[in-house]
Design a protein around this ligand. Structure first.
Ligand SMILES: [Zn+2]
Ligand SMILES: [Zn+2]
Ligand SMILES: [Zn+2]
Length: 91
């Protein structure tokens, strides 16, 4: 069996889930897709939510997603909200 691991043992992915929202694919430092295309949205409201699994998404994106499916879109485990991140530098 071949593995996807590099010689240094770390995984590399094209999508950096610490800086990009994996739901809308916009940068976490930016507003989410709905805020981008909807002038009625208050973008100051567009904060980042962190789950206990350690993944970050726009609060708007994850709250819409978990209405139908309360799991993290990345690791498919139960999404449990941990905290809001107001400053992306703290990620
Ligand atoms: Zn998003
Ligand atoms: Zn938003
Ligand atoms: Zn996760």
């Amino acid at each position: 069996m071949s593995s996807a691991k590099d010689t240094d043992g770390s995984y590399h992915t094209d999508n950096d889930c610490t800086t990009t929202c994996q739901i809308c694919q916009e940068k976490l430092s930016d507003s989410c897709e709905s805020c981008h295309y909807n002038d009625d949205f208050d973008t100051s409201d567009c904060i980042i939510a962190k789950g206990t699994c350690g993944h970050h998404f726009h609060f708007h994106c994850i709250s819409r997603r978990i209405k139908s499916h309360a799991v993290c879109p990345i690791d498919q485990i139960d999404w449990v909200f941990e905290e809001y991140i107001h400053n992306v530098d703290n990620l």
